[in-house]
Design a protein around this ligand. Structure first.
Ligand SMILES: [Zn+2]
Ligand SMILES: [Zn+2]
Length: 231
């Protein structure tokens, strides 16, 4: 076995995806690069980055997004971008686990965490999930669910519409695009419940906002959102 792993090491050296140095840990990134990640300031609103916040949101953004709270870990810089890019396209389960661990650690500092009934990963449309082979938000959510011992509500909400890639759309176009993209599969599991929606990056917030509005319409009590990074 030892010889096999040495051989594998020769052809597929275990290197950091950022600096390409040989790795001594079991992740895809070295500790030095990991330490360079910029944690967002907990005292300020994670969404606008300006006003003081309770549960990660200022009053204005709270109204705008329909969330009761938001927790984001890191500033979206080139290291986070590389991690998320590799998570999406190179099927690095290891990165998903690492990101889940980092976000779980951040979330555990908030008292509302003990109220959460279900964690919901932002779903992908089934065609997109088949193309990619997995849903990155699900991998992150699963790790958070394991660490914080909160059930995962994977199939409660489904993406019913195949939405176009959002990157080139304006804020208004994005909101229209995702407006009726979701469908609640188990409304009886939603009533009076408290949810945590998880995504890799929050940009305009329109996807998670659309999910939050729908869950609240069905009778959810509170909705919290979280992401690895705020772009
Ligand atoms: Zn490195
Ligand atoms: Zn704000």
């Amino acid at each position: 076995m030892k010889r096999l792993s040495q051989l594998l090491d020769l052809f597929f050296p275990n290197v950091c995806i950022v600096c390409k140095e040989k790795l001594t840990n079991n992740h895809c990134i070295c500790q030095k690069c990991l330490n360079k990640l910029v944690l967002l300031d907990k005292k300020k609103c994670f969404f606008c980055g300006e006003s003081p916040a309770k549960y990660g949101l200022c009053e204005h953004c709270k109204k705008e997004l329909h969330f009761d709270g938001l927790v984001s870990s890191y500033k979206f810089d080139n290291i986070i971008q590389l991690l998320i890019h590799n998570l999406k396209y190179n099927e690095y389960m290891k990165i998903g686990k690492l990101l889940g661990e980092l976000l779980a650690n951040r979330l555990s500092k908030y008292e509302f965490i003990s109220d959460i009934d279900f964690i919901i990963p932002v779903p992908l449309h089934k065609v997109k999930e088949r193309e990619r082979g997995f849903n990155q938000s699900y991998i992150i959510s699963k790790e958070i669910s394991n660490i914080l011992k909160i059930p995962l509500g994977k199939n409660i909400i489904k993406r019913s519409k195949y939405t176009k890639t959002q990157t080139k759309l304006t804020k208004e176009e994005r909101e229209k695009n995702v407006g009726d993209a979701f469908e609640i599969k188990y409304p009886e599991l939603v009533k009076e419940k408290i949810f945590l929606i998880v995504d890799d990056v929050i940009t305009t917030g329109s996807t998670m906002k659309s999910m939050a509005s729908l869950l609240k319409e069905i009778g959810a009590r509170r909705i919290y959102a979280s992401s690895i990074a705020r772009a």
